[in-house]
Design a protein around this ligand. Structure first.
Ligand SMILES: [Zn+2]
Length: 264
């Protein structure tokens, strides 16, 4: 048995037997790891395991060769989240994000990108004004780095560019609507394929948001402010795309979507 010590994110914890927990953890090098935390369940008011999903932990563990089930020796916190202080929107997104990452991460697969998304989730300031932008950007990162990248530069069929740049390298987008091609990250313009379902519609202003999220690495939009209503359309459309490509349906999805639709 080999011993390792590294920072891991807590993805989920599920009650097991009378007093134990089964936890899933994310390693940037080894992907998803599982373990049993003995006596980790909350009994009455006391619990030996005080961490919440999304917390970044320093974990020392033993692992058998080619086995993703590890034996935890020691856990301490690196950065913990106070989910009780979250806004309702952020709380629902948080649960949703952790569930999606728990479903798409694989044992044994290096997961730098997923690890970085969780780091962003822990480190960014989450001001109310920017929260939809942050949610959108994390979903964008999940799509771009998970093997289902989106190409928003041209129509996948006629190859006409969706935008052109002026001399200051500011893009202007064609007055054209698009939708995702059903089995790739390509866009199709409405000339090539009429948009039948309004939920699939991608407008030029939505494309501009995608471009901003793709090119601006900060937590705030670089080019002026983006209205919440456009940001919510982008989140809904990217999220729909992401879940279809991964063929997953998280349990927390409907509450998360309701929280978006309840917003202006
Ligand atoms: Zn086209």
């Amino acid at each position: 048995m080999k011993t390792a010590k590294e920072p891991l994110f807590l993805l989920s914890s599920i009650p097991y037997r009378d007093s134990d927990l089964v936890v899933n953890l994310l390693s940037s090098q080894h992907g998803k790891l599982s373990s049993v935390i003995y006596s980790g369940r909350k009994i009455g008011k006391t619990s030996s395991f005080l961490f919440q999903t999304g917390d970044l932990l320093e974990v020392e563990y033993q692992v058998k060769e080619s086995n993703d089930f590890v034996k935890v020796i020691n856990i301490s916190s690196i950065s913990t989240l106070s989910t009780d202080k979250f806004s309702y929107n952020r709380f629902l997104f948080h649960s949703y994000l952790l569930e999606v990452i728990s479903k798409i991460s694989q044992p044994g697969n290096p997961s730098d990108d997923l690890f970085d998304i969780l780091l962003t989730n822990n480190q960014c300031k989450w001001k109310k004004k920017e929260s939809f932008y942050l949610i959108g950007r994390m979903i964008w990162m999940l799509a771009q780095h998970g093997g289902f990248g989106i190409d928003y530069h041209t129509c996948g069929k006629c190859q006409r560019p969706t935008m052109r740049f002026n001399k200051d390298l500011e893009p202007s987008f064609r007055k054209e609507n698009y939708q995702f091609s059903s089995n790739s990250g390509a866009l199709l313009c409405s000339n090539c394929s009429p948009v039948a379902n309004p939920e699939d519609l991608i407008t030029p202003s939505m494309l501009k948001v995608m471009w901003t999220m793709d090119t601006d690495s900060s937590d705030q939009p670089g080019t002026g402010t983006i209205p919440d209503s456009i940001m919510i359309e982008v989140i809904l459309c990217l999220n729909h795309y992401l879940l279809q490509r991964y063929e997953i349906k998280p349990k927390s999805l409907s509450l998360f979507l309701d929280s978006l639709k309840a917003s202006p």
